[in-house]
Design a protein around this ligand. Structure first.
Ligand SMILES: Nc1ncnc2c1ncn2[C@@H]1O[C@H](COP(=O)(O)OP(=O)(O)OP(=O)(O)O)[C@@H](O)[C@H]1O
Length: 531
């Protein structure tokens, strides 16, 4: 019991005895009054004891002194910083902090240590509070701070301790709140996107996004795939794996996929897709396919024809249509029989013959020569859900022509038939097709979206792809990019913030920057590995 209770009790009893000389009290009244008196005194003392009264806080030279219930506590506060040495990353701050706390907890020098974390305005700061019950002991506290800094140097070399100077803001002293356990983190800006930016409206899951506290599944909307997809990244950064993850998710949703596989990378990776290669190749007759101008555009681009040579090619194709003959022999004979009325025509004719010679080679005939005059084939049956392995076509220009003709067949089919189905045409090594301004491809990419055909353009060299095509890929999945030109072009097309631009060449394999219509700002995600 409190030492002040006895004098007060004695005083109360004395007053009562004095009064009892003048007034006659009954015994019961005496007992009741005494009990009440005792109750009041005990309650008063109990309430007084429960209250913690901080009467004074003084801060001087980064050392504070707190007077609380007639006791004095002296201490200091140190801010925790993570130090990263350039070119020597890999510091595990959390582990180092734990070693520091463990070492401090073994110290028996009368100090107490608290790690206190404040969270405000998307910023978290952790501090180490060093405190001891003592008065007039600033020097002792300063000495202990020096000791702690030396300990930190030894056991947690990447943690820097900085004394916090006084501020206008007052916070409750931890001890007054009981034995709380505090989180341990360093000062950092929490850069996780605000709730409104989180990509939660997706139905095609492709990976997850890491925030400071959790991993959030993330993806794109299947309804956006006709707005075209671009997957970019340096060799080995994870492009094909990302495409495979995406394709498998799309197939599960009932969306059709056709892969134009330049290097045969996808062969055997997706069992649900039929493989087309040299064994079961579909022969295509380029002279028979739709719009003559587009055929001239495709052949002219690959064979690098001059404008007069394109014109000559155009006139030959018109003649083939009129004669209703589309075989290579007819093409060859019409070309050879062009009147050499002027030297200029002769020059153009032999220039075209020289360049078109590629179309008469054995390899070309295996791909294009279609003598049986069949002008229709079942596009859905033959081309939907297939991997077209182009790697067996040795001549790269023939490979490109064949790939472009497949793109044309599919786009014509969607535009003419509007099949109420959605197909994603995956174009691996897309810079081989979209490398220069090509009216056919530019027109195609802006038009086909309305008809249910989406393109997924995969390339390690976005700077080689025409700007129009890059602009038209509304979903971009960008793996690490090392070349400055490529980084700049992608950053400009997405108006990236300087911090995201800096990250572009530092992403790990499988990590990517995702920009899509279902998210407000680009985010860094980890793509699911091959499911
Ligand atoms: N999301 C991922 N998770 C785990 N591993 C991955 C991931 N993405 C890629 N990898 C690994 O990285 C390697 C290269 O991946 P991938 O072939 O997809 O890269 P790429 O960019 O297509 O390369 P290239 O341009 O040479 O074709 C593979 O061995 C793959 O296992």
């Amino acid at each position: 019991m409190n030492s002040r209770l006895f004098p007060i009790l004695l005083m109360g009893i004395g007053v009562f005895i004095l009064l009892s000389q003048f007034i006659r009290f009954s015994l019961t009244l005496v007992l009741i009054v005494t009990a009440l008196l005792l109750l009041v005194i005990i309650s008063y003392l109990y309430i007084r004891k429960k209250k913690t009264i901080i009467s004074n806080i003084i801060q001087k030279q980064n050392v504070f002194e707190i007077s609380s219930n007639n006791k004095v506590f002296t201490g200091s506060i140190l801010k925790l910083w993570g130090k990263l040495e350039v070119d020597k990353g890999g510091a595990n701050f959390q582990k180092e902090l734990e070693s520091l706390m463990e070492t401090l907890s073994r110290r028996d020098v009368g100090f107490e240590y608290y790690v206190l974390t404040s969270l405000s305005k998307r910023k978290a700061i952790s501090t180490l509070i060093v405190i001891k019950e003592c008065s007039n002991c600033r020097d002792l506290v300063l000495e202990e701070i020096e000791n702690i800094k030396n300990i930190a140097n030894a056991v947690s070399p990447h943690i820097h301790l900085e004394t916090v100077s006084s501020s206008e803001r007052s916070l409750p002293v931890p001890g007054t709140w009981g034995n709380l356990s505090y989180a341990k983190i360093f000062e950092k800006i929490i850069d996780s996107p605000k709730n409104t930016f989180l990509p939660n409206n997706f139905d095609i899951e492709i990976g997850y996004m890491k925030t400071d506290v959790l991993e959030l599944k993330t993806g794109i909307r299947s309804s956006d795939i006709t707005r075209h997809i671009g997957i970019f990244g340096t060799t080995g950064s994870g492009k094909s794996t990302t495409a495979t993850t995406l394709i498998k998710s799309l197939l599960e949703k009932g969306i059709y996929v056709t892969i134009l596989d330049w290097h045969g990378e996808h062969v055997n990776k997706i069992s649900r897709l039929t493989l087309l290669n040299s064994e079961n190749l579909i022969k295509i007759n380029p002279f028979k396919l739709g719009d003559i101008e587009e055929i001239v555009e495709i052949l002219g681009d690959v064979l690098q024809l001059t404008d007069p040579q394109r014109f000559l090619l155009y006139s030959i194709l018109i003649k083939m249509r009129r004669a209703n003959r589309f075989d290579m022999k007819m093409f060859s004979s019409l070309l050879r029989n062009i009147d050499e009325t002027t030297g200029w025509i002769r020059e153009v004719k032999y220039g075209l013959l020289r360049k078109a010679y590629l179309l008469f080679t054995r390899e070309a005939r295996q791909l294009f020569d279609d003598n049986n005059d069949k002008d229709k084939f079942d596009v859905e049956k033959l081309l939907f859900n297939t991997i077209i392995d182009l790697s067996f076509i040795r001549n790269l220009r023939l490979r490109k022509i064949y790939g472009m003709l497949i793109i044309k067949i599919l786009s014509d089919y969607f535009m003419k038939n509007r099949p109420l189905k959605t197909l994603l045409l995956v174009v691996e090594e897309a810079h081989n097709y979209f490398e220069k301004d090509n009216d056919f491809l530019e027109k195609l990419i802006s038009e086909v979206r309305k008809f249910g055909l989406g393109l997924c353009i995969i390339s390690q060299s976005p700077s080689s792809i025409t700007e129009e095509v890059l602009k038209n890929t509304n979903i971009k999945i960008i793996h690490t990019i090392k070349s400055d030109v490529d980084k700049r072009i992608l950053a400009e097309s997405l108006s990236l913030s300087p911090s995201l631009y800096e990250i572009l060449d530092k992403l790990d394999v499988g990590e990517a920057l995702l920009s899509a219509p279902n998210i407000k700002i680009p985010i860094i995600i980890k793509i699911k590995g091959n499911p």
